[in-house]
Write a protein that binds this ligand. Structure first.
Ligand code: F6R
Ligand code: MG
Ligand code: MG
Length: 366
């Protein structure tokens, strides 16, 4: 068997064009130069640079495994170089997600989002990479549950022997920094108890119960918890393997038919529908949204990324987009009211504590 291959998706918002709506082509170009040089030197096997809204996405394949210092430093340096370009063009919020002053061995906890998996590449290895904007860590919980647990979504769970044993979920409590594993279908009620609160419990990895191999990996970094205040969106990414012993491509995509309501719209303080779009249409403009999800598909060939195919660039997603616009309209009518705006406790990193402090002396006992 060939050496294991690692897929690393590392992303950051290092400056928006215009406002927080998109990435300027010069930033993508700068990232391509940096990763192109690393590929020439043999540090990485292959790469693809793209953007989802105002997030620059570095997709790389390499032989170093997950959490590798060299690979994380390459991503960090690429973001630093890109930030210089962003500053020159005075793009909006240049370097905003690079929370640390200097690289310290791993980009985790320093601002960028990371989803990585090390795999034995199968005879044919279709992978799907999801990227989102105006969202927060945990936004993949519901789609991942549908993909790997819900037989109304994934027919293979019932009729394909390779999927019939179910999957194992690794859940992170991002507040208490703890993790727990659940096996499905037996433990779905326990699992749902936690992942139904995506702002705290996120699905980090999914594994096949047939042979223990990894099926999905997501980024769970929570910027506000890292920085101690609101600094920007988490805008998570995720890698999902598909076909054969995993859900089919169409089963992996199917959960996005409905625009699930997630947090992260306007100022990170509003709930909005997650709209699946082509990469080209991932440029949130209405009320800085609505939140977007894109999916690029690749076949791996000895680590080379054969693709991308822009998976939501297909008329079969038109109704999902239409529904998302209807939900967006309805939520927008609520203006500053919940459940469009996040509840107070969830907004502790906004100006609300300051407002409360200012008014403290004016509250009278009832
Ligand atoms: C950021 C975002 C936006 C901003 C909003 C205010 O990813 O989605 O909704 O939160 O445009 O941005 P600032 O505070 O930078 O003026
Ligand atoms: Mg931004
Ligand atoms: Mg963003």
């Amino acid at each position: 068997m060939a050496d294991k291959i690692t897929i690393s998706v590392i992303k950051a918002d290092i400056g928006g064009w215009v406002g927080h709506s998109a990435i300027h082509p010069a930033l993508e170009e700068s990232a391509r130069e940096s990763l192109g040089a690393a590929k020439k030197q043999g540090q990485i096997v292959d790469f693809h640079v793209t953007a989802c809204g105002d997030d620059l996405q570095l997709i790389t394949t390499h032989r170093f495994g997950v959490d590798n210092e060299k690979i994380h430093k390459l991503a960090w340096d690429t973001f630093i170089t890109g930030t210089e370009v962003a500053k020159k063009l005075k793009l909006y919020g240049a370097g905003q997600d690079l929370l640390a002053d200097a690289f310290s061995g791993n980009v985790k906890g320093q601002g960028p989002g990371v989803a990585e998996m090390e795999i034995d590449e199968r005879t044919s290895e279709p992978i799907l990479i999801f990227m989102a904007d105006k969202t927060s860590a945990g936004s993949w919980n519901l789609p991942l549950f549908k993909m790997f647990v819900d037989p109304f979504n994934t027919a293979g769970l019932v009729i394909a022997p390779s999927l019939h044993k179910g999957f194992k979920f690794e859940i992170h409590d991002i507040r208490e920094h703890k993790k727990i594993f659940f096996e499905t279908p037996e433990e779905i009620y326990d699992l749902l108890m936690f992942i139904g609160t995506p702002s705290r419990f996120t699905i980090k990895h999914v594994f096949s119960r047939a042979d223990g191999t990894i099926a999905a990996a997501s980024s769970t970094e929570r910027l506000s918890l890292i920085a101690g205040k609101y600094v920007g969106k988490d805008d998570p990414v995720m890698v999902v393997r598909s076909q054969h012993n995993f859900p089919a491509v169409g089963e992996v995509l199917e959960p996005f038919r409905y625009p699930w309501i997630i947090e992260g719209w306007m100022r990170g303080s509003h709930y909005g529908p997650l709209m699946p779009t082509s990469q080209k249409q991932a440029t949130p403009s209405r009320f800085d949204g609505p939140p977007r999800v894109i999916c690029l598909g690749f076949q791996l060939a000895d680590g080379m990324l054969i693709g991308p195919r822009d998976m939501f660039d297909d008329p079969s997603w038109d109704e999902a987009r239409h529904d998302a616009n209807i939900v967006a309209d309805h939520l927008r009518r609520h203006g500053p009211f919940e459940p469009h705006r996040l509840p107070l406790e969830e907004m502790e990193y906004t100006s609300l504590p300051q407002v409360m402090q200012k008014l403290e002396g004016r509250w009278e006992k009832l």
